[in-house]
Design a protein around this ligand. Structure first.
Ligand SMILES: C[C@@](CO)(OP(=O)(O)O)[C@H](O)COP(=O)(O)OP(=O)(O)OC[C@H]1O[C@@H](n2ccc(N)nc2=O)[C@H](O)[C@@H]1O
Ligand SMILES: Nc1ncnc2c1ncn2[C@@H]1O[C@H](COP(=O)(O)OP(=O)(O)O)[C@@H](O)[C@H]1O
Length: 305
């Protein structure tokens, strides 16, 4: 029999919203949207190690703005444990360490991805055998963006982001910029002039309008540095777009060879900014790693004689 793993490291990749429009609002205030999600190869890394004493311990350099707030990694681990029958819970302990790289509140879903990788990793390590559907339902309680990271495939999203249809948009390299502004998701959704009644469309139509994002005019109006970054990109023949509710801006690279040059030029114009070159991926890094683990363990499994 394959020996059970006692530790595991898993990526928690970022996402981009290649298209985002809002089509209505539910009675509870949450907005209905249509969005095209794609992953990129920028990621946080989560290290998980089994504990025998049933405790959940967490370590990270990341300080959340609100010291009262519990990190989504811990909330995910607790939510998963709570979903397991009481009799099994006493043995389910873990040391969790998060190496945080993704910018906070940037619209790349780092917190949601950390939560999803926690659920995926613990399901494996604790040998719970929950389905992706069950994990996505637990994840949805933590944030509207968590399910897409659980399923791990680029997707056309509807509802509040949890009704997902896998799709495979083009996977260019992107330039990704952070000019330092933070857009608070709840506040962006609450902005009075947000276009929240767009007519619904089909995924195929969205693929013809890549880069459309209902939050873009608001982010450009509220944050002058975001406006300046859009103008810089346009002057450099890039097609910039906002991801999520902001504040990061991405632009597909028509000529990947020019990426490093454009990245340096941007940083010269915006010395306090950050800029990355990232590869679009239709399968999340976390899922690629889990598939490699499964393949390795089936290689180790005894062959039927
Ligand atoms: C806008 C998007 C697009 O991918 O991404 P981000 O910019 O956050 O990455 C998501 O819909 C964000 O999802 P997520 O970041 O998980 O949001 P949540 O934590 O669930 O919600 C934060 C707050 O935003 C508002 N909210 C969120 C999602 C939604 N469909 N309607 C809303 O009105 C609610 O006020 C909620 O309290
Ligand atoms: N592990 C985490 N990483 C990032 N943010 C977290 C985490 N845990 C809790 N949060 C909270 O979630 C908020 C949104 O985080 P994040 O996912 O980075 O935003 P976005 O979805 O806009 O990229 C943060 O401002 C923070 O308060």
């Amino acid at each position: 029999m394959t020996p059970a793993l006692t530790e595991l490291s898993l990526a928690a990749p970022a996402k981009l919203n290649l298209f985002l429009q809002i089509t209505g609002q539910r009675a509870d205030g949450y907005h209905q949207l249509q969005s095209l999600f794609q992953f990129i190869d920028l990621h946080d890394t989560l290290h998980l190690r089994l504990r025998q004493d049933g405790q959940i311990h967490f370590h990270s350099q990341l300080q959340l703005d609100d010291p009262q707030e519990t990190n989504l990694v811990v909330r995910a681990a607790e939510a998963l444990k709570a979903a397991v029958p009481m009799a099994k819970r006493a043995q389910l302990g873990v040391d969790l360490r998060l190496d945080k790289c993704l910018p906070l509140g940037g619209g790349v879903g780092g917190g949601s991805s950390d939560a999803a990788s926690t659920l995926l990793g613990l399901n494996h390590l604790w040998q719970l055998g929950l389905s992706l559907q069950q994990l996505a339902a637990i994840g949805l309680q933590l944030g509207a963006d968590v399910p897409v990271f659980i399923w791990g495939h680029s997707a056309w999203a509807e509802g509040i982001g949890e009704e997902l249809t896998p799709c495979s948009p083009p996977t260019p390299q992107y330039l990704l910029f952070s000019v330092g502004s933070h857009c608070h998701t709840g506040r962006m959704f609450a902005e009075a002039d947000l276009e929240r009644n767009s007519p619904r469309c089909q995924a195929e139509e969205a693929l013809q309008q890549l880069g459309h994002n209902a939050f873009e005019p608001i982010a450009r109006r509220l944050y002058p540095d975001i406006e300046l970054a859009f103008q810089w990109c346009q002057r450099h023949q890039l097609q910039p777009a906002l991801t999520g509710s902001g504040a990061l801006i991405y632009a597909p690279l028509a000529e990947p060879a020019l990426g490093p040059q454009l990245q340096q030029a941007f940083l010269r114009s915006f010395p306090r900014a950050q800029a990355w070159i990232a590869q679009g991926q239709n399968r999340s890094l976390a899922h690629q790693q889990l598939a490699a683990l499964d393949a390795a363990s089936s290689d180790c499994a005894p062959h039927p004689s």
